[in-house]
Design a protein around this ligand. Sequence first.
Ligand code: KIV
Length: 284
Amino acid sequence: MSTNKATTVKLLDMKREKRNIVMLTAYDYPTARVAEEGGVDMILVGDSLGMVVLGYDSTLPVTVDDMIHHTKAVTRGAKETMIVTDLPFLSYHISTPEAVRNAGRLIQEGFADAVKLEGGREVIEQVRAIVRAGIPVVGHLGLQPQMVNQLGGYKVQGKDFAGAQRILEDAKLLEEAGCFALVLECVPTKLAQLISESLSIPTIGIGAGDGCDGQVLVIHDMLGITDRYLPKFAKKYAELNVAMTDSVRAYAGEVRDGVFPGPEHGFKMSDEVLQKVKEENGLA
Ligand code: KIV
């Protein structure tokens, strides 16, 4: 293992030293290479995979096998970066032993370093059991996309007293249960800051403002790879979708016009060999 690879202990140090943690999603070998070369601290193989890569409307259809398949590619592409993989919908809800088994598969078959799961008090038993098995766990509170049908949409969470109180309590429970980091998604900036100050483990925000100990974005959003709806909290650092579509259009045009391939893209053979093939086949 590289000495630069983040560990759970290094991340705690980063929080104590007030160094912001950078996390980014990746789903395959090339995005993992880009994330690692770009110098992120952690890669998340998020179940957002379902929406940005597999074309589903939500994360719900994503399976453990999907996550393993993509995590394997990511771990091959980013050997020096901590890789966290999402436990997908229903893979940790049915029973605690099943949650441990699925978390273990992401580690043993996908080669992830840690797993992430959504929820608070209702998944505490599963978190404890996974941690007991020696698997580092990241929690996820606020907007939980796997609960989209129950929440009635992708909405900011914790704006009223009861909601804010529940998220703060759940954050403390997850820390006590052994999570080494906590993703806060779509919660008010001031609540995220309060939670971050109340915990000794780092918080990693997405749509949770600048008071978190780190930030995470979906790589397809920040690179502008898709033309899907961009959430308010995401920032686009490039418009790769435009560059990619223009490039495909240019390629299609050149093939149709006979411009590509040029002589420089082909391979040579000797005239003697060609002549012999022609003669052999009655084509001379
Ligand atoms: O699946 C994902 O990409 C996530 C991030 C939005 C935190 O869970």
